[in-house]
Design a protein around this ligand. Structure first.
Ligand code: SAH
Length: 243
């Protein structure tokens, strides 16, 4: 049986709580009552749980038995900041597809106004990831990093295999690069970092920056995709290789 899954805000060894809009929904719409069963995610672990107490502000659960949690896809999407509505769509869909983390970055061709508004926007992106994770019945919520400039992210030390999606790349496909990385890694596939450019694409200086810092340019094929299409296509390719 598939039960609804709730991602707890607070928890300890034996209990967990949800509050805010989630609690209100559970209390008013679903008429939660003591004894009702639910699956609850607490700190990345999934539990079979029973409602212990309900108010309009909070629903408290007793955690009964731990269930098997599915791991996230070991991928961080480095997403150049662009039109917020499309970017939010990308965050929602990437979360459904299992992305582990999203790192928004300010690229050269990110609109200046959006770049300035990005810091305040991060909370909303986190909320979108939380809701999408719950909807997708994930056992964790992707981490949404604070926005930084691309230069900071591209140069940061990382143990991940790093790839940059570039529509100019004509020879190496993402799939081919992944298969090579898997063959080289043996048993333990390293985590991946995949960068996606803004609407206007990467500036030449950014391509050089990626190159100088060990990012491999990869293609998703001959057509020019919008950034959000590129993001979910890339995750589909990764999932088909790794899962
Ligand atoms: N400069 C482009 C648009 C960029 S598309 C134009 O001519 O308008 C936005 C981003 O999506 C790119 O920076 C790249 O990261 C990714 N992307 C789009 N199509 C791609 C493809 N076929 N292969 C790899 N990446 C692609």
């Amino acid at each position: 049986m598939t039960r609804r899954r709730w991602i707890a805000e607070r928890w300890d060894e034996a209990t967990a709580c949800i509050d805010g809009a989630q609690a209100e929904h559970m209390a008013r719409v679903l008429r939660a009552h003591a004894g009702m069963e639910a699956d609850v995610v607490a700190g990345g672990r999934v539990f079979h749980a029973q409602v212990a107490a309900v108010s309009a502000k909070e629903v408290r659960f007793n955690l009964m038995a731990e269930l098997q949690a599915e791991p996230a896809l070991a991928v961080t999407l480095v997403l150049a900041i662009y039109k917020f509505d499309r970017m939010e769509w990308a965050i929602e869909k990437a979360t459904e597809m299992g992305v582990e983390a999203i790192a928004p970055v300010v690229a050269r061709r990110t609109d200046k106004g959006l770049a300035q508004a990005a810091e305040k926007r991060a909370e909303r992106w986190r909320r979108i990831a939380h809701e999408a994770a719950q909807q997708a019945r994930r056992s964790d919520v992707p981490l949404v990093h604070d926005p930084v400039t691309l230069a900071v992210r591209a140069r940061a030390a990382s143990g991940a295999t790093r790839m940059v999606l570039a529509e100019q790349e004509r020879t190496t496909t993402l799939r081919h690069a992944l298969e090579e990385a898997m063959a080289a890694a043996g048993e333990e596939m390293p985590a991946l970092e995949i960068a996606i450019g803004p609407e206007g694409g990467w500036a030449p200086a950014e391509e050089a920056l990626f190159d100088a810092n060990g990012w491999r340019a990869v293609s998703l094929g001959p057509r020019i995709l919008r950034a959000e299409t590129a993001a979910i296509s890339a995750l589909a390719v990764v999932a088909s290789c790794l899962e």
